[in-house]
Write a protein that binds this ligand. Sequence first.
Ligand SMILES: NC(=O)c1ccc[n+]([C@@H]2O[C@H](COP(=O)([O-])OP(=O)(O)OC[C@H]3O[C@@H](n4cnc5c(N)ncnc54)[C@H](OP(=O)(O)O)[C@@H]3O)[C@@H](O)[C@H]2O)c1
Length: 158
Amino acid sequence: MILTLIAAHDPNLVIGKDGELPWHYPEDLKFFKQTTMGHTLLMGRIVFEELGEKLLPGREGVVLSRSQSYPHVPTFSSIDDALNHLSDKERVFVIGGGEIYRQTINMADELIITEIDEAYDGDTFFPEYRDQIGEVWKEKFRQESGSLTFLKYVRNRS
Ligand SMILES: NC(=O)c1ccc[n+]([C@@H]2O[C@H](COP(=O)([O-])OP(=O)(O)OC[C@H]3O[C@@H](n4cnc5c(N)ncnc54)[C@H](OP(=O)(O)O)[C@@H]3O)[C@@H](O)[C@H]2O)c1
């Protein structure tokens, strides 16, 4: 299974504020939809609530929570249990939030990042990884579009 973290962050690694995205970039939402369509998503309970406790159309998903269980979505109380359940999937996207990125970045194969060049107020952050670019993370793709830069990093296995 290829484990891919997908996130958008500002220059200070802000990803969220008050349980929501601090920004609205339709181009990034479109990119997220295109990239994840047809795949399986792993998310934390706060993100699932942000999505209205519904799975995104065209995508399967599982939720991580120690306090809730949902009748319509597989919910796991540990990352290991969730990943075991998903072990036959070719690719799984971790779609956040901050707690889940922090606990999975060390096992991730890829990072798909949207860098936002404007700074926002926030209370939730993507884990620091930029000091490992070159050594741990090899840049494989970069496309700039206005204030957004779409990037893909792959773990250096050599
Ligand atoms: N910019 C982006 O790309 C992006 C992407 C996603 C999210 N976000 C933002 O990030 C924020 C949400 O992130 P967050 O860190 O507050 O919450 P989160 O990661 O979505 O969810 C945290 C919850 O997940 C559960 N959890 C965490 N670790 C677990 C584990 N090992 N096993 C089982 N359950 C576990 C716990 O739920 P229980 O309390 O129920 O036990 C915990 O309260 C929002 O502001 C959102 O908009 C931004």
